[in-house]
Design a protein around this ligand. Structure first.
Ligand SMILES: [Zn+2]
Ligand SMILES: [Zn+2]
Length: 472
């Protein structure tokens, strides 16, 4: 199990007894003794007077302008290059060493000091202070970047689930696809990567980390349940889209061979290594999204992570039919498989190109996910339960948004906020082909967007004819 998951049930405030317990558990040198400690002066962040700076990694004592980010043995920087989430030598790209769980737990509890620090302007933890500075710096850099013709060029990308290997050490799950360099990273994640893999849209949060500078991008406004693990992405991210800017693939990757990590689900921590295989010249670029090839079925949602998935699919080889049946039932039950029939013929190494294309095209022909109202489950044990799942719903729905609740069949409802508003033009893509270029809205409903009459005609025939009337 992810060691951090066990922290979720921790009380919101720290009692002296709990503090004493933590002290007794903590390795020497990290004890949270409030007396007699020597304070080292940080160059930028500010510590709460009652917090213990010795709990924090040395990086936080540096100035964010001067610190040297941690690089792994392949020269990759992940999650701003901060420790203790730096990978140890033997860990692969994106695999995180949570370091000392007790220390992390104590730090999480200490964060209450900051959120309730009413006597000061300072309500951010040292990690947030440090990373927010890096985020601001990155936004300034992005705003002045000269992208040349990269937004007009098509990128061929390979995405590998880098922790799942076969017996020979080969990648077992990967996807190859083409998108425009001008595609917004928000649309890339929501309408391409998620359905291409076989994950569920607007369920878990995600993050991109560009290996050359360690900068992290994500849906910072998401209320997904796994957002409670901010240490998973180095404590903060550049918002994917905001009024400060809409970032595209071309902002993140500029050359063939460059890589980034796409993290899906901050709890189960699925790491996908994305490599630029080719950047086509403008003359041969179409801007369209194309699914080219792949291998391996998508792991099941909420299975726990890559180790758990590998263990599960190995059990499919068990001579005991009960063991196999149990695994198949778990897969059938998962949110990303429950609409399919999973039988004995389920092959975890099978990649269905036709289905993958269909999933991506269905996502392109739909509105953006509403990150403020992700999918979550409500167990209506009491009347209170039906009022919602605090924390995962927005306080108030915006015009055009609807709270949808569907009976999940397992004694629970699934809820999600959907939108019938038109996607914001900046960052949008064609509802038929996925190009981000030359878009205009359907003149009848004003809600769908196309790059031209050909794509509009195709979508009209594919069902927009009926949809258009109901969308008015
Ligand atoms: Zn189009
Ligand atoms: Zn229409």
């Amino acid at each position: 199990m992810d060691p951090v998951s066990s922290l979720d049930n921790y009380p919101a405030t720290v009692t002296p007894a709990e503090l004493a317990l933590l002290d007794s558990l903590a390795p020497s040198g990290t004890k949270r003794s409030l007396q007699g400690r020597r304070r080292r002066e940080p160059k930028y962040v500010e510590f709460h007077p009652d917090d213990d700076p010795s709990l924090y990694e040395p990086t936080l004592f540096e100035h964010p302008d001067e610190y040297v980010p941690y690089e792994d043995w392949e020269g990759r920087i992940i999650y701003w290059g901060l420790s203790p989430i730096i990978p140890q030598g033997e860990l692969g790209a994106g695999q995180v060493d949570y370091g000392d769980t007790q220390r992390l737990m104590t730090r999480r509890m200490a964060s209450n000091l900051y959120s309730s620090w009413s006597s000061s302007e300072l309500t951010e933890t040292p990690e947030q202070q440090f990373v927010n500075y890096l985020v601001e710096k990155q936004i300034t850099k992005l705003q002045s970047m000269d992208l040349g013709d990269l937004p007009q060029r098509d990128y061929t990308l390979k995405m590998v689930v880098d922790q799942v290997k076969d017996a020979n050490g080969h990648d077992r799950i990967w996807r190859e696809f083409r998108v425009s360099g001008g595609l917004s990273i928000a649309a890339l994640a929501d309408k391409v990567l998620t359905p291409l893999m076989g994950w569920v849209r607007n369920y878990h949060a995600h993050a991109f980390t560009v290996h050359k500078d360690g900068a992290v991008y994500g849906p910072t406004e998401s209320r997904a349940i796994d957002m409670m693990h901010p240490q998973s992405i180095g404590w903060g991210a550049v918002p994917e889209t905001s009024n400060r800017g809409v970032w595209t693939l071309a902002h993140l990757l500029q050359a063939e061979g460059e890589t980034m990590l796409w993290l899906y689900d901050y709890g189960d921590r699925w790491t996908h290594l994305i490599t630029v295989e080719e950047i086509a010249p403008v003359s041969t670029s179409t801007g369209k999204v194309a699914v080219l090839d792949g291998a391996g079925a998508c792991p099941r949602e909420d299975c726990g992570g890559h180790d758990d998935w590998v263990e599960e699919i190995e059990k499919l080889q068990s001579p005991d039919p009960r063991v196999r049946a149990e695994v198949l039932a778990n897969i059938q039950h998962a949110l990303n498989y429950k609409h399919q029939t999973i039988g004995a013929s389920f092959d975890p190494d099978n990649f269905d190109l036709v289905q993958a294309r269909a999933r991506v095209h269905a996502a392109l022909a739909s509105p953006d996910s509403v990150w403020s109202g992700p999918k979550s489950f409500v167990h209506p044990i009491t009347k209170e339960g039906m009022r919602g799942n605090p924390g995962t719903l927005p306080d108030r729905l915006k015009k055009g948004q609807t709270l949808e609740r569907t009976w999940d069949g397992d004694g629970r409802f699934m809820q999600e906020v959907t939108s019938s508003n038109r996607d914001k033009k900046l960052g949008a893509c064609c509802w038929t082909c996925g190009t981000p270029h030359g878009l205009s809205a359907c003149s009848a409903c004003r809600k769908t967007m196309y790059c031209g009459s050909e794509c509009q005609r195709l979508h009209w025939k594919a069902g927009h004819k009926l949809q258009c009337k109901s969308r008015k």
